[in-house]
Design a protein around this ligand. Structure first.
Ligand SMILES: *Cc1c(COP(=O)(O)O)cnc(C)c1O
Length: 424
């Protein structure tokens, strides 16, 4: 086979309105095309320090141990779980969607004795349910997703941190889908470890996992027998004090790499670092509260539009994430055929579903760079047209019209709340 006919890859222009990934902010992509420099170049270490400071703001934390794990979001999940868990440790995972099962699976691979509790997809846990399970299981770690894109639900976490402290449990949350689109307050909520990714509300491509660790979590990780790579650790391979069973995801080594010691670990994924820094810089300059309000505004407009088109919303709406909404596929409509038409005719991608929801709901995201009025209006108008083509009876203009009304209402409310701002 000859490759001479291969052109440079030139992907089609798409509007990504699914549950992630989304279109990256062009400023992030530009930042990623900056020239490479050496790993220990002073400009590089300064860039790393700035990135850490920016992510402390994004996570709302004072945690010194705030850094990037190279890899997609699950690299952060895996790093935290494999670094905290020693074989035989009990881990409790409340599962309310697909990503809860991912946490369970990764914890199992790290050798944990995993206990799960479950609610139906579309619901979340009460703090009482979690506390009861903590009393029964007495886990070392509670691992819980904040926003699970598979169900669009956002688990309230603010009361669970206190419960974990009272029972001396380390509290880890996967905030990949929710961070920057929904409130997350690492320190006030007493979270011990939080991980994220760039491809949801952070407006970047996947490939970097921002991670923060409380002093308690760091103490746990540092306290584990840390046998330097290269030394044979025989005799430490069973029972307590087992060294972390991954080199790449060993957070004690990654901490030494990001910390003052700057001990060499991996070769920095430099372009991803540039991208992750720009994602955080854009958010912090916008203001985290403003970014969350933006996701609430545009997610709310999308939801209002979908409802007005007569589409039934999935799950407990009081706990829906701001940035993604699920809708039942109307009777008689082939979900995948319609998604394909939307892609072919309008270059818009919306999300399908997994597990028990497969073939039953679509998921539509308004997140990161795509949490904008024009993307909401375009998506609603296009969806209406393809649904009408598929024989669903919808009043023309109802979706976009309801979104427009939503924007008008919200603008008026904001004007009433902050009159001094109306002339800005
Ligand atoms: C989207 C998502 C991920 C994605 O993980 P990747 O490794 O980046 O594919 C992880 N966790 C949650 C809760 C998500 O919604």
């Amino acid at each position: 086979m000859s490759f001479e006919s291969f052109e440079s890859f030139n992907p089609p222009t798409r509007l990504l309105m699914g549950p992630g990934p989304i279109n990256a902010d062009p400023r992030v992509l530009r930042a990623m095309s900056a020239p490479l420099i050496g790993q220990y170049d002073p400009a590089m270490t300064a860039c790393m320090n700035e990135t850490q400071a920016l992510y402390r703001d994004v996570f709302r934390t004072k945690n010194e141990a705030t850094l990037l794990v190279d890899g997609t979001s699950r690299a952060g999940i895996e790093a935290v779980l494999v670094s905290l868990i020693e074989p035989g440790d009990r881990v409790l995972v409340p599962v309310f969607g697909r990503f809860g099962h991912l946490l369970r699976e990764i914890a199992e691979r790290a050798g944990a004795e995993v206990h799960i509790i479950e609610v139906e997809w579309g619901e979340v846990f009460t703090p009482e349910q979690v506390e009861t399970a903590i009393r029964e299981v007495r886990p070392k770690v509670l691992a819980m997703v904040q926003g699970d894109t598979s169900t669009t639900m956002c688990q309230p976490l603010e009361e669970i941190g206190g419960i974990c402290r009272a029972h001396d449990v380390l509290f880890y949350t996967d905030a990949t889908a929710s961070l920057a689109g929904n409130v997350l307050d690492t320190d006030a909520w007493q979270l011990d470890a939080v991980t994220a990714g760039l491809q949801k509300c952070l407006a970047g491509p996947s490939g970097s996992a921002p991670t923060t660790l409380s002093p308690r979590a760091v103490e746990c990780i540092r306290g584990r027998a840390h046998i330097e790579a290269g030394l044979v650790g025989d005799g430490h391979d069973a029972g307590r004090g087992v060294r972390i069973r991954s080199n790449y995801f060993d957070l004690s080594m990654i901490l030494d790499y990001w910390g003052e010691a700057r001990l060499n670990h991996h070769t920095e994924a430099t372009s991803m670092l540039y991208g992750a820094r720009e994602c955080a810089r854009l958010l912090v300059n916008e203001g985290m509260d403003q970014a969350i309000a933006r996701h609430a505004l545009h997610g709310g407009a999308m939801t209002a539009g979908l409802s007005a088109m007569g589409l039934e919303l999935f799950g407990d709406q009081r706990h829906r994430m701001n940035n993604v909404v699920g809708i039942y596929i109307p009777d008689g409509v082939e979900g995948e055929v319609l998604r394909r038409t939307l892609l072919d005719d309008y270059a818009i991608e919306i999300g399908t579903s997994f597990g028990p929801l497969h073939g039953r709901i679509w998921r539509i995201g308004t997140m990161g760079y795509n949490a904008r009025r024009d993307t909401v209006m375009t998506t609603l108008a296009a969806l209406e047209e393809v649904l009408r083509q598929a024989g669903v009876s919808i009043t023309a203009g109802s979706g976009a019209g309801a979104a427009r009304e939503h924007y008008q209402q919200k603008t008026q409310q904001t004007a009433q709340q902050t009159p001094e701002r109306t002339h800005v």
